[in-house]
Write a protein that binds this ligand. Sequence first.
Ligand SMILES: [Zn+2]
Length: 275
Amino acid sequence: MPRKPKSKTKTQAIAPSGSKDPYPQFDAPTPDQCLSVRDSLLSLHGFPKEFAEFRRIRHEPGLQSESVLDGLVITLLSQNTTDSSSRKAFERLKSAFPTWNQVLDAESDVLEDAIRCGGLARTKAGRIKSILKTLKEKKGDFCLEYLRGLSIEVVKTELSQFKGIGPKTFLQVACVLMFYLQKNDFPVDTHVFQITKGIGWIPTTASRETAYLHLNKRIPNELKFDLNCLFVTHGKLCRSCKQQDNKTIDNSSALCPLVNSTYVNRQEMHVTKDS
Ligand SMILES: [Zn+2]
């Protein structure tokens, strides 16, 4: 007897307003593919522990752990480093400077020392100070909670007023939207980019930015958060998906539900890959 699909939830591709899909003719992923991949990865990994608290907050709206400003600073600190290093840097920052006023008034080298374990200390310290300065000048206090009530496109506009945050750092903006504002946005980090390219959900010629625009148009809103967390976790753990980019799949591919699966957009397999 054939097994029933795990979920019969009907999904629809819901395109957020604003940005256009750079690949309107590229018809992957379909809502069913998204659901199927979500279910396969969920069966394989369970829901990743590292994102469990964010998921709880999404499903229980009364809960709120970090402020939006904390989230933005954590996201800035996470650039080019591991989550554990950026968390440590954030904890050291908060312990050295209990208030945002103290961060703004701090000597740059003292601030850099506090966050050094997260890497790129000079750049990150400068951006944090710049955000605080702009907030104080424009809003009168250090608070970004007002963003919670705004649409995704308006939040993007608001965040891009800060120096160091803008179109080039769309990944950070998307992370703030998804993790700290509980919006249905789909950030494209290295893992997400590699996997979605490997399974044919984006054209082989796509850049991270065009992938972000395309995937946000194609993936149903209600699947974005789970799929994103699962892709990130799967990307860290799965050797097959890492190798898939080089087309040298080894024995471990037997364990990966994404390799050689029906999720791959077959027509895309014939397109020559960019180097
Ligand atoms: Zn894999």
